[in-house]
Design a protein around this ligand. Structure first.
Ligand SMILES: [Zn+2]
Ligand SMILES: [Zn+2]
Length: 219
């Protein structure tokens, strides 16, 4: 079977996200997702708590701030220390039973890993819906995956709920965490989705302001 998962979502357990567990499940279901990877910055507590509290399929993960840039660990249930080299971080993720993904490798202003990505990783995030500038970052990430012969995945890097599922990965797998991460590492997956649109950003940045602007246009 094929499952649909947004592999990169932050919750209120990340200081820069406003997504609650309730919202996460609501929007994930609305978007027809099978699973969501909860990947808060340098911790796993939120992911584990949400996985326990809900019947929705949560892939516990973390986004590690390595010395060389951000790295996603999926199927990780323990905190991976920040500040280690990219190579050491990937090793720690593997030791914890997870897979390591070079997320938004070429996005600007995101602490991206760029040339420190290597064949040690299990996959490259070829589409990150929050990446800026989107086209260039996506093109370079795809090239990186091809150069390293690594599977391509996609995620939204959502920090507010209504964008969940804007980018997602189609995985040929049963709907359980172990099978899904294994399928990704074996390349039985495909990235899909698009950039977060301007209207989504505006809607989030102030529903009031957005309404006001629309009114102004039609008046
Ligand atoms: Zn990041
Ligand atoms: Zn992120």
């Amino acid at each position: 079977m094929q499952v649909k998962a947004d592999l990169h979502v932050h919750t209120t357990y990340s200081k820069d996200s406003v997504i609650t567990a309730k919202e996460l499940v609501f929007y994930a279901k609305k978007r027809g997702l099978t699973a969501v990877g909860v990947t808060d910055h340098d911790q796993v507590e939120g992911a584990l708590k949400i996985a326990k509290e809900t019947d929705f399929l949560i892939i516990p993960g973390t986004e590690v701030s390595s010395l060389n840039g951000h790295i996603l660990g999926l199927n990780v249930s323990e905190r991976i220390p920040r500040g280690l080299s990219a190579g050491e971080t990937v090793d720690r993720i593997h030791e914890a039973g997870g897979i390591a993904i070079a997320c938004h490798p070429f996005a600007l202003f995101k602490g991206s890993i760029g040339k420190h990505a290597s064949g040690k990783f299990d996959a490259v995030e070829a589409i990150n819906a929050s990446a800026f500038p989107f086209s260039r970052a996506t093109q370079k990430a795809n090239q990186l995956a091809e150069r390293l012969w690594l599977p391509k995945v996609a995620g939204t890097d959502a920090h507010y709920a209504l964008v969940i599922g804007q980018a997602y990965t189609l995985i040929d797998s049963e709907a359980n965490v172990e099978a899904m991460v294994k399928a990704i590492a074996n390349g039985h997956c495909e990235p899909a989705g698009a950039a977060i649109s301007l209207s989504m950003r505006l809607e989030n940045q102030g529903r009031f302001l957005w309404k006001y602007l629309k009114k102004g246009k039609t008046a």
